[in-house]
Design a protein around this ligand. Structure first.
Ligand SMILES: *[C@@H]1O[C@H](CO)[C@@H](O)[C@H](O)[C@H]1NC(C)=O
Length: 155
C-alpha cells in the first residue's frame, strides 16, 4: 500500500512537472484532476463504462471532448488519422494539453461563487461545457479523490 501511494505521488509529481510548462490551468489542479480521474494511471486504456460512452487515458477523455479541444495530437501525428484521438489522450502530455485547451475555451464560474477555481475545472471536466453546475453525488469517487488531493496540495 505504501509503495502504491509512493508510486502514485511520483506519477502526480511527474504530471505536475510536465504541466508547469503549459499555460492556463494551474499544474497542481491538473495533477489533482488526473488523480481524481484514474489515480493518474498513464496506462489507462480506452474503455466503455456504459453503452455510448468511450473514455481514454489518465484523464478519462472522450472523443467529443478531444474534438472540442481542437484535436491536439502527439508529435508527428495527423488529427484526421484513425487512432489520433487515442494516441493523444493516452499520452500524459497530450492528454494534459487536451484538458488545457478545453478549459481555455470553456472554463467558467460553474458553481457561481464569483471566482474561477480548480473546482470549476473539475466540474467542467466531469460534466462538460454544458451543465458544469450539476450536482455532485455524495460518495462520488472522482470527487472524493479530488478532495483528498486538494487538501494534500493545499489548492
Ligand atoms: C494502471 O492501469 C493498468 C491498465 O488498466 C493496470 O493494469 C494497472 O494495474 C494500473 N496501475 C495502477 C498502479 O493502478
Amino acid at each position: 500500500m505504501a509503495l502504491v501511494k509512493q508510486a502514485m505521488i511520483a506519477v502526480t509529481a511527474a504530471v505536475i512537472f510536465a504541466l508547469v510548462y503549459g499555460e492556463g490551468v494551474d499544474p497542481n489542479c491538473l495533477g489533482c484532476l488526473c488523480e481524481a480521474s484514474t489515480k493518474c494511471n498513464a496506462s489507462t486504456a480506452c474503455h466503455t463504462p456504459y453503452p455510448g460512452a468511450y473514455f481514454c487515458g489518465p484523464f478519462l477523455i472522450s472523443w467529443a471532448y478531444w474534438a472540442d479541444a481542437d484535436k491536439p495530437i502527439i508529435e508527428g501525428d495527423n488529427a484526421e488519422q484513425k487512432g489520433a484521438f487515442e494516441r493523444c489522450v493516452q499520452d500524459l502530455y497530450c492528454g494534459a494539453e487536451t484538458v488545457r485547451r478545453y478549459m481555455a475555451k470553456f472554463l467558467d464560474d460553474c458553481n457561481g461563487d464569483g471566482a474561477v477555481t480548480c473546482i470549476d475545472v473539475i466540474r467542467t471536466h466531469k460534466f462538460g461545457r454544458e451543465g458544469c453546475g450539476g450536482v455532485i453525488q455524495q460518495g462520488d469517487k472522482f470527487w472524493s479523490q479530488y478532495q483528498e488531493c486538494e487538501t494534500r496540495l493545499s489548492l
